[in-house]
Write a new protein. Sequence first.
Length: 57
Amino acid sequence: LVSMREGIRECRICFNLADEETCQICADKRRDRSLVCVVENIRDLMAIEETGQFRGL
């Protein structure tokens, strides 16, 4: 748990959880950068991502 906590940070673009400077969503060049989804919490983000229907940031 300690190493996981030390390896997790906020994405510099969207503040999502990330293990790099940017999260996987923001790093994906195939995403439509003209669409932005605002969520209340990480569970909402995970639910939306699980559908595979939203391809924006």
